[in-house]
Ligand binder design. Structure first.
Ligand code: XMP
Length: 351
């Protein structure tokens, strides 16, 4: 008998006794990696239509972090990192971190690299520009290349730099990456809104089961990545024990996301494309092989601040339903729902 693997829509959280007097008193303080914390559990994805310096600075103002993507030459990526690092001593950015007792040098500045080619040289340039978190951004993180990359980074980068690695989807991968020296895990394979990995290869694990199996064996922070569409999905990922979530589609289409605005007769749009999409590979002059993602346009959403504020409202409300004043206390039970339960969970007024 096989236990079916579950994803966010398959579960609902069960309300718990609560003495939370006001959502204003709820803390969303959390870990990003072994040595770095966040004031809110939100990370902007290292995609070329999601996060460059404008996005990273604006999310830092709210207490989260943006991961500068790697689909550009080393100098350009280092320049974006330098812009983010320079903004962190600015009062507008610093306030929430100071309120959470995080010193300026402990505010995370995050950027991604690959696991071969120029990755080591890139990492050094990013750290010299001010990055203190390096994310090894590969589709199959349970790989010898990642093991070698972590070893190289740990041997060469200054000790204050944390290395987050992924993406992974099994307990064995989590154990291995931790043993190889990773300071945080990026978790989720094939569940992103533009991913075609599961269709193309048959590989991937639905997000809830994936997170459960990894969180059960991990002692380093887990970042849930891919497939998060609502604040309810964020709440479910956190309730399972994820430390934070990485967002792509929820932040794409905002003013701060890279990319030109596209004017159509019915409104304004911006592009959103998978990191392994044909479009991304073509735009960045990569080989047009191993395509595992789609690309699309997304309606323009305005400033990311308002999107983040709406998401945080929902997450704080979730903690209140779960009787939790902070994310450590937030471990509500969940039930598995049927198709009827899923339908009931959405507005369904019959007229
Ligand atoms: P959401 O659902 O937030 O997902 O839009 C963002 C995450 O999707 C992953 N990603 C990809 N996965 N092919 C994939 O299989 C791709 O082309 C691709 N691009 C992004 C990535 O983990 C990201 O954070």
């Amino acid at each position: 008998m096989y236990n079916p693997a579950l994803t966010y829509d398959d579960i609902q959280l069960v309300p718990a006794y609560s003495s939370v007097s006001s959502r204003k008193n709820i803390s969303l303080f959390t870990k990003l990696s072994k040595n770095y914390s966040l004031c809110i559990p939100l990370v902007a994805s290292c995609m070329d239509t999601v996060c460059e310096s404008k996005m990273a600075i604006e999310i830092a103002v709210m207490g989260g972090v943006g991961c500068i993507h790697r689909f550009m030459n080393i100098e350009d990526q280092a320049n974006y990192v330098a812009k983010v690092a320079a903004a962190l001593s600015n009062e507008r950015v610093n306030k929430i971190w100071a309120d959470n007792h995080i010193a300026i040098h402990q505010i995370p500045v995050m950027a991604s690299i690959g696991a071969n080619g120029d990755f080591a040289e890139r990492a050094v340039a990013l750290v010299n520009a001010g990055a203190n978190i390096i994310l090894i951004d590969v589709a199959h993180g349970h790989h010898e290349n990642v093991k070698d990359a972590i070893a190289k980074l740990k041997a060469t980068l200054p000790k204050h730099v944390d290395v987050i690695a992924g993406n992974i989807a099994s307990a064995k991968a989590a154990q291995d990456l931790e043993a190889w020296g990773a300071d945080g895990l990026r978790v989720g394979v094939g569940g992103g809104s533009l991913c075609t990995t599961r269709v193309k290869t048959g590989f991937g694990v639905p997000n809830v089961t994936c997170l459960q199996s990894i969180i059960a064996v991990s002692s380093i922070p887990v970042m849930a990545d891919g497939g998060i569409r609502t604040s309810g999905d964020i709440a479910k990922a956190l309730a399972l024990g994820s430390s934070c979530v990485m967002l792509g589609s929820l932040l794409a289409g905002t003013k701060e996301a890279p990319g030109q605005m596209i004017e159509k007769p019915n409104g304004l749009y911006k592009r959103y494309r998978g990191a392994a999409s044909l479009e991304t590979k073509t735009v960045h002059g990569q080989e047009q092989r191993n395509v595992e993602g789609e690309s699309t346009v997304i309606p323009f959403k305005g400033g990311v601040k308002f999107i983040l504020a709406g998401l945080l409202d929902g997450v704080k409300s979730a903690l209140s339903y779960g009787g939790a004043n902070n994310l450590k206390e937030f471990r509500p039970e969940f039930v598995v729902v049927t198709n009827a339960g899923q339908a009931e969970a959405k507005p369904h007024l019959l007229l």
